[in-house]
Write a protein that binds this ligand. Structure first.
Ligand code: 6PG
Length: 239
């Protein structure tokens, strides 16, 4: 099923709309099943979305928050996705520590991946976890999560979380080693919201949304049955 594409005049409007829809879907899921699960991405784009979500009146009771991916750095490192999430959202809302599941980026990558996968299985059970909402971003190279073009792990549709060495994608230092959710988890999500903004994403978006399905070359083509793209005009300029 083709993804839905929503285009907003500004970055802020796209981020706010994505955040509001996230809260709406979480509330709907909680009404249906008593709890709701969310996995969020990192990088820089989601910051505005998290800041907007933090301003909303929302009861976080019964919501479990996970990370789509994380750099293998301590939680207070400037490049930590969790640090950005904590600064822009978690420190502004009332949510229990047990409701927040971060990747222990301070561990060696493979240990961090194993620990994170165990945490996920503890919440979901051992089958492929079905998140109510997964919020994803996209790099200028069309990567999503920490699945970069050409990454062999993209073929793994049964695993839950693995460590990745992103050297081949040009990532180094703090950005080199990561832990990421795998394709099968991304595809199983009840709802996927992809937030991409800025002109530097326009060419990748053109390929992802108009070229034949090839997730090894264009990882952001990985989608669940309900996938919606939230774009600003700059990112959508080549569509
Ligand atoms: C990460 C992210 C990654 C992100 C894209 C876009 O750890 O880098 O999870 O998948 O979504 O790289 O990053 P920007 O929002 O910074 O452009």
């Amino acid at each position: 099923m083709d993804p839905t594409v929503l285009i907003f005049d500004t970055t802020s409007e796209a981020a706010t709309a994505c955040g509001d829809r996230t809260l709406e879907l979480l509330d709907q899921a909680r009404r249906e099943r008593g709890v709701a699960t969310l996995a969020v991405s990192g990088g820089s784009t989601p910051r505005l979305m998290f800041q907007s979500m933090a301003t909303r009146t929302f009861d976080w009771k019964g919501i479990q928050i996970f990370q789509v991916d994380e750099r293998c750095v301590p939680a207070d490192h400037p490049d930590s996705n969790f640090r950005m999430l904590r600064e822009s959202l978690l420190s502004h809302i009332s949510i229990g520590e047990a409701q927040v599941h971060r990747v222990n980026g301070e561990l060696p990558p493979e240990d961090a991946a194993r620990a994170y996968e165990a945490d996920i299985c503890n919440v979901f059970g051992s089958e492929v976890p079905v998140f109510d909402v997964i919020q994803r971003g996209m790099g200028p190279d069309a990567h999503t999560a920490s699945l970069f073009p050409g990454e062999p792990l993209i073929a793994d549709r049964t695993g839950i979380a693995r460590s990745v060495d992103a050297t081949r994608a040009g990532m180094k230092d703090a950005l080199r080693y990561r832990v990421t959710l795998l394709r099968g988890v991304l595809e199983a999500a009840r709802h996927t919201l992809c937030l991409a903004t800025g002109s530097e994403k326009a060419e990748a978006l053109r390929k992802v949304l108009t070229e034949p399905y090839d997730p090894l070359r264009l990882p952001s083509q990985i989608a669940s049955p309900d996938t919606v793209w939230y774009l600003d005009k700059a990112a959508a300029a080549k569509l």
